[in-house]
Design a binder for this molecule. Structure first.
Ligand SMILES: Nc1ncnc2c1ncn2[C@@H]1O[C@H](COP(=O)(O)OP(=O)(O)O)[C@@H](O)[C@H]1O
Ligand SMILES: [Mg+2]
Length: 381
């Protein structure tokens, strides 16, 4: 085990006035009835490792009702180092710190990344492409700081461009300068995203096949503009040293696409091409999983994706992520649960929340540290 999360301390955070959680190096189970705060603790762990959390909480929502501030701290240990990550909300504003020194949200990243699997993740298969794009980008920003910067810059630039497109005074000439800079950011983001997606894809195919008795799943990416062929770009994007060349191809094609679609963009007042609208499709046996996948197939697909995130983290950072499994054991059958538990045995620090320990075999329970939440006592297994 390299670096791992040792202790989470929260004060006036959501439903907790004060709470300290010691985490096992391998497997910790948070057990308790509904609404005792299990998901809140998972959210805190994600926030302090990824710099953002799945529910994207507003600062005020994090503070215990009736209080005006909250503080969270996560102690990380390993490789002869002790690092603490902090997050506070004061006067309605959230701030982060590392070893007591204030830092941006990005300061939470790069030590122990986290992979979360929660029931809402089934939306990845069932809902529109935005959820799948967010899944790739949300993972990418944890692995690579330039990915994070590109994502943020691009999102803001599209918003500004859309505002400009809606203005009566805006001319095509004025848009020219915008198009140039947005195309550069959009191209870089697209190539980063494709490179990561192709790494994830290989694992998803393999994990899915093993979960589903050899059935084939796949992921495809369809850009909203003619960017030179997805496969060509991906091939180039996967080789780090050729990435600049790939970005240049994609950039010039994106700028052309803005020109071609200019009239429509002005009419509708939105940016119609670029990575914020690209399609990501999951297929099972060649058919679109969004409409064709059964419940069981959807679950296997998301599970395969999460397992792929763990594997890719290892490949890229040479260490495993913190795996957070919030309330998903009830969603999985025994075979799929076993597949996940196998990851833990492989040295991945894991936190599982559940209302029912009956989902786990004795062997797993014996190895786990079991923490009862909401009963005023902590039990060790
Ligand atoms: N800011 C807050 N102040 C007080 N209680 C909160 C706050 N935010 C959430 N809660 C409470 O936390 C509880 C839900 O916690 P959650 O972590 O979802 O429970 P579990 O996952 O154990 O079912 C709810 O009862 C909710 O009202
Ligand atoms: Mg919950």
């Amino acid at each position: 085990m390299s670096i791992f999360a040792r202790r989470l301390t929260v004060e006036n955070y959501r439903n907790f006035a004060s709470f300290e959680l010691e985490l096992d190096e391998h497997l910790t189970m948070l057990v308790g009835r509904n609404a005792v705060g299990k998901t809140n603790l998972v959210e805190a762990l994600q926030l302090l490792t990824a710099g953002r959390a799945f529910r994207r909480p507003a600062p005020a929502e994090m503070v215990l009702e009736g209080q005006d501030r909250c503080a969270l701290k996560l102690d990380l240990e390993g490789e002869g180092r002790v690092i603490d990550h902090g997050c506070r909300v004061e006067e309605g504003r959230r701030s982060f710190s590392r070893n007591g020194k204030r830092c941006p949200a990005s300061g939470m990243r790069g030590v122990v990344p986290s992979v979360l699997f929660c029931p809402d993740d089934l939306d990845m298969v069932k809902r529109g492409a935005r959820v799948r794009r967010d899944a790739i980008d949300g993972f990418g920003v944890q692995l690579n700081e330039s990915y994070a910067q590109l994502e943020g810059t691009y999102e803001r630039a599209v918003e500004q461009r859309n505002a400009l497109l809606k203005e009566a005074y805006t001319t095509r000439e004025l848009m020219g300068a915008w198009n140039e800079s947005l195309a550069a950011t959009g191209a870089a983001l697209t190539v980063h995203r494709l490179a990561l997606l192709y790494r994830i894809r290989g694992y998803v195919r393999a994990f899915y096949a093993s979960l589903a008795g050899g059935e084939e799943a796949d992921i495809s990416y369809t850009p909203t503009w003619e960017c030179g062929g997805e496969d060509v770009i991906a091939a180039v994007a996967s080789k780090e040293h050729e990435r600049a060349h790939a970005i240049e191809i994609v950039r010039s094609r994106l700028e052309e696409a803005y020109e071609e679609r200019a009239e429509e963009e002005f009419r509708r007042g939105v940016t119609l091409v670029g990575p914020h609208r690209d399609e990501v499709t999951f297929t099972i046996a060649g058919r679109d999983a969004r409409t064709f996948a059964s419940q069981g197939q959807q679950r296997s697909l998301v599970l395969a994706w999460k397992m792929a995130e763990v594997a890719v983290t290892r490949d890229i950072l040479s260490r495993p992520p913190l795996l957070l499994l919030d309330d998903v054991m009830s969603e999985l059958d025994a075979a799929r649960r076993t597949a996940f538990i196998a990851q833990i045995e492989d040295g991945v620090q894991t936190v599982i929340t559940t209302t029912n320990l009956g989902y786990f075999d004795t062997e797993t329970l014996e190895r786990a540290k079991v923490v009862m939440i909401g009963e005023g006592e902590h039990a060790c297994g």
